[in-house]
Ligand binder design. Structure first.
Ligand SMILES: [Zn+2]
Length: 62
């Protein structure tokens, strides 16, 4: 599947991926014993707009 993402703000197709590190992990709110999940973001490398954010392991939040 080809990735064809375009920035809705500036129209750029130069989209990079970043991750929040350190303590910025997303934690399940109702689970105490959990390490949480890393957050991956798609970022426009021209204007800096964040197109999407998603957790790496969504099954942890079920
Ligand atoms: Zn942009």
């Amino acid at each position: 599947m080809e990735k064809n993402i375009q920035c809705p703000i500036c129209g750029s197709v130069e989209i990079g991926q970043g991750k929040l590190s350190g303590y910025a992990n997303m934690m399940p709110i109702n689970k105490i014993m959990s390490t949480g999940s890393q957050i991956i973001a798609d970022i426009c490398t021209d204007c800096g707009y964040i197109l999407s954010m998603k957790v790496k392991t969504p099954e942890k939040f079920k």
